[in-house]
Design a binder for this molecule. Structure first.
Ligand SMILES: Cc1cc2nc3c(=O)[nH]c(=O)nc-3n(C[C@H](O)[C@H](O)[C@H](O)COP(=O)(O)OP(=O)(O)OC[C@H]3O[C@@H](n4cnc5c(N)ncnc54)[C@H](O)[C@@H]3O)c2cc1C
Length: 459
């Protein structure tokens, strides 16, 4: 039996800790804050518990759904409500796309998202032949023109990465797009109606996933979870590795046979500065975007239900339209459990409708440097302009995610390969998390599995 340390109690670290415990090892999990879960977090809005961080997991790859099921959580799927794009003065249906690259040009034209000139350019497709990695925006612009990037790719990438289309690597973020758009002929079959849903969730909220994993760890008797412990350094010792841990000012050194570092790039870089300097330098070059989510509860009065089209799951907003919000998610229309959670909630007799807006893109951090009230006000102004909603909310809760999402810049895949090569030179060390091979929950779970396997296999 060996002893491992996992640094970081987000979903990546929790996954690694669980795998190591399941393999019969002792694990010490160190989390800097007083709460496990990282970007999976719950909040209370007008007495209803909802996600104020990540709210869905991809269903078309197995890792996150498999983890949820393994720790005893039920899995649900979004309703049939579809998204809109708020652009050129109206809410318009989102046509079929692959991260904004149109898969049906007739649908795109009918949506009214592009100007007539934009449609003409999109139809005059030019096949790009990029030499190496290229940004998603440059790739799509070369094939369909700038307007497709500005009005479709930007809002979709803004949703997933809070990033800029012309900076994010196609190879790292949407490798299928490189393959698709560099072909002469694009043939994408219509999705079969019985295809598996793209997304999944957990009734009651995704925040339950880390909590259920943590409960399983506690039940295993093999994992010691310590909160409020900031790891400052990972160092080599004659016997293996050790971490320098700071628990509310009291510094200790914890020895282990192996260490999994499951923290964002900046703290990981600091921890590895001496132990793996090449990896640390590369990690320090990964930028992060900040964003904020405002979750609202509205009384389900007729003027509110009339304004919010319940056929829509929400809308995305292209940056060129100059609005404050980049998206709105009508959570009550997207998730049956959110609608149910709002029933009879106000004074036990009036239904509440919960939904959220999101604000903030990479490079636009100053827009978030205002008081919470200002983010609420700007969101309500945009909601009113988009939907006609003028009622006052019963409650509004702001959750900020400073440095929440890593930006996979052009060259990211090569950067990650250099990081992994440098980390592999330190026996017993592994890294995982959103900084490497995908920011989504499923990718993070996969990276946690991989890191646990790597340290367990070493020595
Ligand atoms: C607002 C928002 C919405 C999102 N929505 C979705 C979604 O709907 N679906 C989806 O699939 N993905 C979504 N994502 C992405 C996804 O949630 C995250 O990428 C993922 O949860 C990251 O998990 P992680 O464990 O790698 O990192 P984190 O969740 O960041 O966890 C890292 C942990 O390490 C701790 N830590 C940091 N430094 C130290 C240190 N020095 N010592 C000890 N501990 C430390 C932190 O406190 C944190 O708990 C969203 C992200 C954001 C920000």
């Amino acid at each position: 039996m060996r002893r491992f340390i996992v640094v970081g109690g987000g979903i990546s670290g929790l996954t690694a800790a669980r795998d190591l415990a399941d393999a019969g090892h002792d694990v010490l999990l160190l989390e800097a804050t007083d709460r496990l879960g990282g970007k999976l977090r719950r909040g209370e809005v007008a007495g209803v518990t909802v996600d104020v961080g990540a709210e869905a997991m991809i269903n078309r790859r197995p890792e996150a759904v498999a983890l949820a099921t393994a720790v005893g959580l039920p899995v649900t799927h979004p309703t049939a409500a579809t998204s809109r794009v708020w652009t050129r003065g109206a809410l318009r249906p989102l046509p079929r796309t692959l991260m904004g690259a149109p898969l049906d040009l007739d649908q795109l034209e009918a949506s009214g998202i592009l100007s007539p000139e934009g449609v003409t350019r999109a139809r005059h497709q030019q096949v790009p032949h990029p030499d190496g990695d290229v940004s998603v925006g440059d790739l799509v612009a070369a094939r369909y023109g700038d307007e497709v990037v500005d009005r479709l790719v930007e809002p979709l990438l803004g949703g997933v990465y809070a990033g800029q289309a012309r900076a994010i690597s196609a190879r790292a973020a949407v490798p299928q797009l490189l393959d698709l758009l560099t072909r002469d002929q694009i043939s994408v079959p219509d999705p079969p109606t019985a295809a598996a849903p793209v997304f999944a969730g957990v009734p009651g909220g995704m925040w339950q996933l880390p909590e259920a994993v943590a409960a399983a760890l506690a039940g295993s008797g093999r994992v010691d979870v310590r909160r409020d412990v900031v790891v400052r350094e990972v160092r080599r010792t004659p016997e293996g590795l050790a971490v320098v841990a700071d628990q509310l000012g009291i510094v200790s050194v914890e020895a282990a046979d192996g260490v999994v570092v499951a923290t964002p790039a900046a703290p990981t870089a600091r921890m590895l500065a001496d132990l793996a300097p090449v990896a640390a330098r590369e990690l320090a070059g990964i930028d992060y975007a900040s964003s904020a989510l405002v979750t609202f509860a509205f009384r389900a009065d007729p003027d509110v239900t009339a304004a919010i089209d319940v056929g829509a799951s929400g809308f995305l907003v292209p940056p060129v339209d100059g609005r404050a919000v980049k998206a709105a998610t009508f959570s009550f229309a997207k998730w049956e459990w959110v609608r149910a959670a709002g029933l009879d909630k106000l004074d036990h007799q009036t239904d509440l409708l919960l939904f959220r807006t999101s604000l903030g893109r990479h490079g636009e951090e100053q827009a978030l440097q205002v008081p919470d009230d200002e983010l609420v006000r700007a969101s309500l102004e945009d909601l009113a302009a988009a939907t006609g909603l003028t009622a006052a909310p019963v409650d509004a809760v702001v959750q900020r995610w400073g440095g929440g999402l890593p930006q996979y810049a052009v060259g990211h895949v090569e950067r990650v390969a250099r990081i992994r090569a440098a980390v592999a030179e330190v026996p017993g060390l592994a890294v995982c998390g959103a900084a490497y091979d995908g920011v989504g929950i499923a990718a993070c779970v996969a990276s946690g599995h991989r890191a646990a396997g790597e340290v367990a296999a070493a020595g």
